[in-house]
Design a protein around this ligand. Structure first.
Ligand SMILES: [Zn+2]
Ligand SMILES: [Zn+2]
Ligand SMILES: [Zn+2]
Length: 86
């Protein structure tokens, strides 16, 4: 498996969430299924099961590599570049 080098380059402490829901869904009138937090900038976006897939779109627009779940009780991070949990 490919080694992810993006996690160690993330800012510490991790950025505060910029929103408490997906702002792009609010704008478009779609509904997030689950929320993801970008660990480079604090962008909040919706997951790939949501109609807008705004977390993935944020990665494509920004090249920010890693997001984590923004759901209560969950604790995992995903690298979009390497496609691995980190
Ligand atoms: Zn990575
Ligand atoms: Zn969204
Ligand atoms: Zn970001």
């Amino acid at each position: 498996m490919k080694q992810c080098t993006h996690a160690e380059a993330l800012p510490h402490p991790e950025p505060e969430p910029l929103a408490d829901t997906c702002p792009e869904c609010l704008r478009d009138g779609t509904h997030p299924v689950q929320l993801r937090l970008c660990l480079s900038c604090g962008h909040v976006g919706c997951c790939d099961s949501s109609p807008g897939q705004h977390a993935t779109k944020h990665h494509k627009d920004s090249d920010h590599p890693i997001m984590r779940t923004h759901e209560p009780g969950e604790n995992w991070r995903w690298c979009f570049v390497d496609h691995v949990l980190v």
